[in-house]
Write a protein that binds this ligand. Structure first.
Ligand code: PLP
Length: 367
């Protein structure tokens, strides 16, 4: 067996581990923030039809610029009240690929990205993959971003790309628009607001889409993997100034988005209301989890997402294993004392809370 050390690997990739949320055979998989609700029957029928239609032209390359899909995505984003034009939208295979293209265009060798940790683990990983340096930004002990301190850090580091995850993964809380505005004003770099979980935000939590007019270096990234319940589709997208879309086109691979993906995403968007009908049900389960934790001697971080960071445990890894022994897979995100659980169906919440009731007395942090 050849080891990685024997290959002429880029030095900055040596010693790193790949992204690896465990994919275990467990009854209750609550570790990757998927939407557990099956796709509505009406969509399944349209998907079959749309894919059959697209298959007739599989001998041809897809629309390289995915114009029809971007038009549909712009219409979806505009539903929230902030007008978004198709020229402002770009789509790729999951928002991870969108982020990668942004780093290819605005990061790279000799450049730096900064994100406020703990946050989405792929931001530093994609930075490394694109040769972009990474700097950990600070958060308060309650995991919120102190705007003053964040601005000071951005002024000092002068990053080329600033990541703000809102709602933040893995902590769940959305970031105030005022903080994003201040960060934008403090940098000459690109500010990427990763809004993968935006649709789950609590009422009154605005999207950064409203900040786009007049801010050419601001990018909002979204995905169909979470609220739309289509993680298997691999469709992420961004909204920004059309110049940002021109920039990512310099680095995207030609025909990166297959005709089947484009057709399936468009069919799904035509059923947006039916797909998003599960969002309120998921939010209900999230709030149910949050409400139940104190009676188990546990607490949580305020969540605008479809997951809850809960704790505190004396040893989070031991608590994770104990929950797994009860057939419940949650995520150990490496924050001492805390674990993250995805809000799913009522039955999944029942199973999680029952298991946690067994596990908490032994594992929660003592007074
Ligand atoms: C904050 C955040 N951004 C982006 C993604 C990537 O989503 P996808 O590539 O499935 O669109 C995730 C997935 O977990 C996420 O949590």
């Amino acid at each position: 067996m050849t080891s990685l050390d024997e290959l002429p690997l880029r030095p900055e990739l040596r010693g790193r581990t790949p992204y690896g949320a465990p994919q275990l055979q467990v009854t209750h998989r609550l570790n990757t923030n998927e939407n557990p609700h099956p796709l509505p029957a009406e969509l399944l029928a349209s998907l079959g039809e749309a894919l059959g239609h697209a298959a007739l032209e599989l001998n041809r390359y897809p629309d390289r610029d995915a114009v029809a899909l971007r038009t549909d995505l712009a219409a979806y984003l505009s539903r929230g009240g902030d007008r978004v034009e198709p020229a402002q939208v770009w789509a790729a295979n999951g928002s991870n690929e969108v982020l990668q293209q942004l780093l290819q265009a605005f990061g790279g060798a000799g450049r730096t990205a900064l994100g406020f940790t703990p946050s989405y683990s792929m931001h530093p990983i994609i930075s490394a993959g694109t040769g972009t340096g990474w700097v950990d930004g600070h958060r308060r002990a309650d995991f919120t971003i102190d705007a003053e301190a964040a601005v000071a850090q951005v002024r000092e580091v002068r990053p080329d790309v600033v990541f703000v995850t809102s709602p933040n993964n893995p902590t769940g809380t959305a970031v105030a628009l005022e903080t994003i505005e201040r960060l934008y004003d403090a940098t000459e770099g690109v500010v990427v607001v990763d809004e993968a979980y935006a649709e789950f935000a609590r009422t009154g939590t605005p999207s950064a889409l409203g900040l786009l007019p007049g801010r050419a270096r601001l990018v909002v990234s979204r995905t169909m993997s979470k609220a739309f319940g289509m993680a298997g589709l691999r469709l992420g997208y961004l909204a920004a100034d059309p110049a940002v879309v021109d920039a990512v086109q310099l680095v995207r691979l030609p025909y990166h988005l297959s005709s089947l993906t484009q057709a399936a995403a468009r069919a799904a968007l035509a059923h947006t209301d039916a797909l998003l009908a599960t969002v309120d049900a998921v939010k209900e389960q999230r709030d149910r989890i949050v409400a139940a934790l104190p009676s188990l001697g546990l607490t949580s971080v305020p969540s605008d997402a479809n997951f809850v960071l809960f704790g505190r445990f004396a040893d989070a890894s031991a608590a994770w294993k104990a929950l797994l022994a009860h057939d419940v897979l949650v995520r150990d995100v490496g924050i001492p004392g805390w674990l993250r659980v995805t809000a799913g169906t009522p039955a999944e919440t029942d199973a999680f809370l029952t298991a946690l009731g067994e596990v908490a007395p032994e594992h929660r942090l003592g007074d």
